[in-house]
Write a protein that binds this ligand. Structure first.
Ligand code: FAD
Length: 397
């Protein structure tokens, strides 16, 4: 018996399940085909197991996309508050952390269960361990989807296969390949929201400091973020580093302000007057971890380290404070897809409708979630894109 669906959704992650739920609410017959053993695995591992499911301060400028206006329509039609409303309806306890980030109080599984309950209530069929071997457009209104367990037919196919990060979860480039098969360009991709690696002396230094976290402001080009930075055995990590990785051009320097809440030069000149006998190390120990200050001392003022600050010229203090507030470091690279949260780049949005996510050149073919060239900042934005794009698509199938 041939099986015909209104829509077949490839990938049972955040965006795929949201699309299925919304289409089901409108009475559509939907089947989700998931390659791995379980659906929603990235939801389960997200936000340190508590899923940072959205953010209270979402604007289009929190997203990177080669067409910055593309995200507007979907984000306006399904906002953070729409999703929060569902979370409340399902009695899922949650809390706000810094920068408007919303997390589950208990487990990320609460969010997955909500999506699965809603999908079940609208009759979504979900198949796991499903290998899709081919998609073909048979005529204007029909797609044929060939899988390891038979051939299926659908009026629409929604590609929700996500990105390439965490390959151990069985991520695939299948979504990009389908785009190319149907003539949609895919922008260049790289691992993003990802820690930096360093070579040489910086690698050794950061490794010795591994485990220390400090608040910094990191700037690349005209973009800055101010949050915690973590020293690791391989380089630098922490929220501020992940954020700037979205904007970074490999091979270029990033600028780190180690004292973002004080003017370093004013601080040192003031101390020179008020505590002239202090050495720089003691002054900076009030603001930075002691082992970091020792490393910086060896790097920038080894010959002056035991001199009272009164003996340092204003020029010397200006040079040291310039290093403290604008330290230029060139990462060797990133930790790559192994630890990245997202893939930057994806299906070219010029070829998709921003209202429905449908391919402009192939009626009935849709792309939602991370497979699209839309990447959010760290902080719940990537899930919001999955919910909003899934809503837009699910309501137009
Ligand atoms: C460690 C980690 C933590 C994160 N934490 C957060 C967070 O707290 N907040 C936030 O907003 N974002 C977070 N993200 C990002 C977020 O998880 C993704 O942006 C989001 O899951 C994208 O949703 P998606 O449905 O497009 O893709 P996914 O959730 O990745 O789902 C894609 C699905 O498609 C399946 N699939 C792949 N290939 C095929 C195929 N060939 N056939 C069938 N199925 C296939 C996959 O198995 C998967 O189930 C995190 C990411 C990681 C890696």
């Amino acid at each position: 018996m041939t099986k015909h669906y209104d829509a077949i959704i490839l990938g049972g992650g955040a965006a795929g399940l949201m699309t299925a739920w919304q289409a089901g609410l409108r009475g559509k017959k939907v089947r989700v085909l998931e390659r791995s053993k379980k659906v929603g695995r990235k939801i389960l591992m997200s936000g340190g197991g508590r899923c940072n499911f959205t953010n209270l301060h979402i604007t289009e400028s929190d997203f990177l996309c080669s067409n910055p206006h593309f995200v507007k329509s979907a984000l306006n039609r399904y906002t953070a508050w729409d999703f929060i409303g569902k979370v409340i309806e399902h009695n899922i306890p949650y809390h706000e952390r810094s920068h408007g980030q919303l997390f589950c109080d208990n487990k990320a599984k609460d969010i997955l269960n909500m999506l699965l309950d809603e999908c079940a209530s609208v009759g979504t069929e979900i198949s796991t361990e499903c290998d899709i071997t081919g998609i073909a457009s048979i005529d204007d209104k029909k797609f044929q989807v060939t899988t390891n367990s038979g051939v299926l037919y659908a009026s629409s196919v929604v590609v929700a296969t996500g990105g390439l990060s965490i390959p151990s979860m069985g991520t695939t480039p299948f979504g990009y390949e389908i785009a190319e098969q149907f003539g949609l360009p895919v922008t260049s991709r790289r691992a993003s929201l990802v820690p930096y690696t360093f070579d040489g002396e910086y690698k050794n230094m950061f490794s010795r400091l591994s485990g220390n976290a400090i608040d910094t402001r990191i700037t690349f080009d005209k973009t800055s973020f101010e949050e915690a930075m973590l020293f690791t055995h391989r380089g630098l990590s922490g929220p501020v580093v992940l954020q700037i990785s979205n904007y970074w051009t490999p091979g270029q320097a990033i600028t780190v302000d180690l004292l973002p809440s004080v003017n370093a030069e004013t601080l040192l000149i003031e101390v020179k007057t008020k505590r002239p006998k202090s050495v720089l190390r003691t002054v900076l120990n009030d603001h930075l971890p002691k082992n970091l200050v020792l490393e910086l001392e060896a790097l920038w003022w080894p010959d002056l380290k035991d001199k009272p600050i009164a003996e340092l010229s204003n020029g010397q203090l200006a040079k040291i404070s310039a290093n403290l507030s604008a330290w230029e470091v060139i990462p060797a690279g990133t930790e790559g897809y192994k630890t990245a949260e997202v893939t930057l780049g994806g299906v070219d949005t010029d070829y998709l409708s921003s209202k429905t996510m449908e391919a402009k050149t192939q009626p009935g073919l849709y792309f939602v979630g991370e497979v699209v060239d839309v990447t959010g900042h760290l902080g719940g934005f990537n899930f919001q894109w999955a919910w909003s794009s899934g809503f837009a698509c699910g309501n137009s199938l």
